[in-house]
Design a protein around this ligand. Structure first.
Ligand code: NAP
Length: 261
């Protein structure tokens, strides 16, 4: 984390005066994204279902001129997402021109044992939650006449190649990739770009749930031979959020250390 934040210190403030909304901002990749964006000058709306962890993220953010804020939200609830976007607009007098969808869960089991509820829940958080946030933010941007916007969705490399024990998760992440491309096609005429990041295995509380024996086997397949740091995913998000990627939309950017290239 420290390396990534130090690197940001050497960059120009690409996100200065931008308002960014980050779901799943209370943990792992989402927290690192909030930190990187704030380091690059953005004002950050830290969104999470767990208000306590979102407040921990908030405390870690630099606030020179920015007034970051926390919004407790369940991305699976249309009402909760609607009131999130209204509250953000009320608080900051504008919709977020940057959105990163990091909220996500796993409920792993082998296909033959997986309960329908576990399949449904993972699809709801990872895929429907991403859809609800994209739709609400895009509507707000269009209604406000904001010129330009960037939406970044967290997919996963396993959404491309499948993974044992993750029928629900891999299906949800394949869905995120397709949703990203459709959103990119439909929203381009409003100046809104939409891209996905496909991380490999990143050192977060989510990856900590993977049994050590399996993680060891995965690491043998990673050409760079290590887990990714959340700050390394945050750097890719900052690139896609910034004008440095102004002609990129509908892309899947792999941040995997070379896994399954
Ligand atoms: P994480 O540390 O578990 O963080 C996910 C955050 O999302 C948590 O704070 C979680 O809160 C929150 N969340 C869960 N359900 C939510 C809901 N309904 N509404 C709002 N927030 C909710 O996971 P991560 O590793 O940073 O993953 C971030 C994203 O990257 C996910 O989409 C994940 O699928 C993707 N990804 C991660 C990896 C990896 O190796 N870590 C690899 C590929 C893709 P609770 O803790 O209270 O549930």
């Amino acid at each position: 984390m420290a390396a990534g934040r130090a690197a940001a210190g050497g960059l120009r403030l690409r996100l200065s005066s931008r308002l960014a909304l980050v779901t799943g901002g209370g943990s792992g990749i989402g927290r690192a994204v909030c930190q990187r964006f704030a380091d690059e000058g953005a004002t950050v709306a830290v969104v999470d279902i767990d208000e306590g962890s979102a407040n921990e993220t908030l405390k870690s953010l630099p606030c020179d001129r920015q007034q970051h804020s926390v919004f407790r939200t369940d991305v699976t609830s249309p009402q909760s997402v609607h009131s999130l976007v209204s509250s953000v607009q009320e608080k900051f007098s504008r919709p977020p021109c940057i959105t990163v969808n990091c909220a996500g869960i796993t409920m792993d089991d082998l296909l033959l044992k997986m309960e329908a509820e576990a399949f449904d829940r993972v699809l709801k958080v990872n895929l429907m939650g991403t859809f609800l946030v994209i739709q609400a933010v895009a509507k707000a941007l269009i209604a406000s006449g904001t010129k330009g916007g960037s939406i970044v969705n967290l997919g996963s490399i396993v959404g491309k190649v499948g993974n044992l024990g993750q029928a629900n998760y891999t299906a949800s992440k394949a869905g995120v990739m397709a949703l990203t491309k459709t959103s990119a096609k439909e929203l381009a005429r409003f100046g809104i770009r939409c891209n996905a990041i496909l991380p490999g295995f990143i050192d977060t509380p989510m990856a900590a749930k993977v049994p050590p024996k399996i993680l060891e086997k995965v690491l043998q397949l990673v050409p760079m031979g290590r887990l990714g740091d959340p700050s390394e995913v945050a750097s890719a998000c900052a690139f896609l959020a910034s004008d440095d990627s102004s002609y990129i939309t509908g892309a899947n950017l792999e941040v995997t250390g070379g896994l399954f290239m």
